[in-house]
Design a protein around this ligand. Structure first.
Ligand SMILES: *[C@@H]1O[C@H](CO)[C@@H](O)[C@H](O)[C@H]1NC(C)=O
Length: 479
């Protein structure tokens, strides 16, 4: 009996150990610290996956005003002309580096060179640093004038002045998707005069002193990739939805516009300066806006103004950047990969200014932080064959032999204790299955500005509570 009992006991012990091993084994392969990702889901589909009835959607939802966001180079955005080709990933990343260089120059106070193409612009004035466009951007459609004309604008939290190309295009207008705005056909357009107080606000909003032409205030704004717009500063009726419109919206009526705007009619400035749409609509929306960037260029997201009955979010303080008044400052305090917080000294983060930017594609981290992130990521991905670097992205994989891959979760700690897990669509940047890269890059200098870019922001409701001086990450809004 005793012997029998002992055998049973041993058998039971062996079985339970096996169970334990099995359980451990299971939890290792579909670990909560990893995403299991179908390789095809890393790339946009060739057609827009949002029902066409959703186009032109502008509505009031839970007390907020919603505008639809689409990626400028995806199938949900109608291209301006057939010959306008979407840029390659290399081109996007090169443009992104130009934008980042210009942000660095603005924040460090170093002045970037003045592009020769601007010399012919009318509004030209001593070149100070400009803001930045880049190519990896998102667009929204707003209404301008009386009667209202729809215009698709690039939305940019890194600059303030809203502008659109305007007839008669005294110097130059590039090809755009919609008819070019004609102020002479609008009953509500008014020129701003040179001696008006708002004319002088252009200095901080554009980084250059305004000019004067036949007593009309003239603006000029130059972006990091040497794109620019110059023209008359005007007031006009801006219509966001059927119910929400703003008389006397100050904007640039562009008479000389050059650059990589990809068929968009201009730019919507969502920065922190006085002339931004956030400030100009403050009485209605209380300087509160949020957006959800689509998970891929073949789906759509939204830009929302006003607080509404917004659901739970985690917040971190929003700070101002001394040199770059347009930017939204944030502080990152740590990074986690596969559930483990990396040992990066907090001083590495506190020694660099940090901003969140809707127009920068790839998040730029202090080199020391990026190096730690890269080595932890590479370790977690060691079973996959590596692929050549893609421009500034140096950690790429060849997934051609896989239909599903296991990718470590990756998240950021923000000042105040907020932790955000990046969506899997924000961890990898894919050119093709043979070259899928970690979507983060290191600054060459630890003291360069940290930029939390738009790939890492995908599928989160990113909330700018400017009056409350806090930035929030809300629910996953994947579409
Ligand atoms: C605005 O000013 C420009 C430059 O003086 C002028 O050509 C244009 O006709 C003016 N537009 C209106 C609507 O006053």
């Amino acid at each position: 009996m005793a012997c029998r009992y002992s055998v049973d006991f041993q058998a039971a012990y062996v079985v339970s150990s096996l169970l334990l091993l099995l359980l451990l084994g299971t939890s290792h392969s579909s670990d909560e610290n990893f995403y299991s990702v179908r390789v095809t889901s890393l790339f946009p589909s060739s057609s827009c996956t949002t029902p066409s009835s959703a186009f032109g959607l502008d509505r009031v939802d839970e007390g907020r005003t919603l505008l639809e966001i689409v990626h400028r180079h995806g199938p949900c955005h109608r291209p301006a002309t057939a010959e306008e080709k979407a840029p390659t990933h290399e081109q996007i990343l090169v443009q992104d580096e130009l934008r980042v260089n210009s942000i660095r120059a603005r924040i460090s106070g170093k002045k970037p060179g003045r592009p020769s193409s601007l010399k012919e612009a009318k509004a030209v004035l001593p070149a100070k640093s400009g803001s930045t466009v880049g190519t990896g951007n998102y667009v929204v459609t707003v209404g301008l004038g009386t009667p209202k004309k729809d215009l698709t604008l690039i939305f940019d939290t890194g600059s303030d002045l809203t502008w659109t190309q305007c007839r008669p295009c005294l110097k130059y207008c590039y090809k755009q998707q919609e008819p070019t705005f004609d102020p002479s056909l609008s009953a509500s357009y008014v020129n701003i005069s040179c001696n008006s107080a708002v004319c002088s606000q252009l200095t901080s909003a554009t980084g250059r002193t305004p000019g004067c032409f036949a007593s009309t205030c003239v603006y000029g704004i130059q972006y990091g990739d040497s794109s620019f717009s110059a023209g008359f500063f005007g007031r006009e009726k801006l219509t966001l939805t059927y119910t929400d419109s703003f008389d006397n919206f100050l904007f640039g009526c562009g008479q000389n516009n050059r650059g990589l705007y990809g068929g968009a009619a201009g730019l919507l400035g969502l920065g922190r300066d006085k002339l931004s749409i956030v400030e100009q609509t403050a009485s209605k929306y209380g300087k509160y806006f949020s957006y959800c960037l689509p998970s891929s260029s073949s789906s759509t997201g939204h830009l929302a103004f006003g607080k509404g009955s917004s659901s739970a979010a985690q917040f971190t303080p929003l700070t101002t950047i001394s040199q770059g008044a347009s930017f939204y400052g944030i502080s990152i305090t740590g990074i986690s990969v596969a559930g483990k917080k990396l040992s990066i000294p907090v001083s590495i983060f506190s020694n660099a200014e940090g901003i969140i930017d809707s127009g920068t594609v790839i998040t730029r981290l202090p080199l020391t932080a990026y190096t730690a992130l890269r080595s932890a990521f590479r370790q977690a991905m060691s079973k996959y064959p590596m692929a050549p670097a893609l421009s500034i992205l140096d950690t790429c994989y060849d997934f051609t032999k896989y239909s599903t891959v296991t990718v470590p979760k990756l998240g950021f700690y923000f000042l105040g204790g907020t932790y955000v897990d990046v969506d899997f669509t924000g961890i990898l940047y894919g050119a093709s299955a043979s070259q899928v890269c970690l979507a983060f890059a290191g600054n060459s200098d630890d003291s360069d500005v940290l930029i939390y870019g738009n790939v890492a922001q995908k599928t989160f409701e990113v909330i700018y509570d400017v009056a409350g001086e806090r930035l929030g990450f809300g629910a996953n809004c994947r579409s």
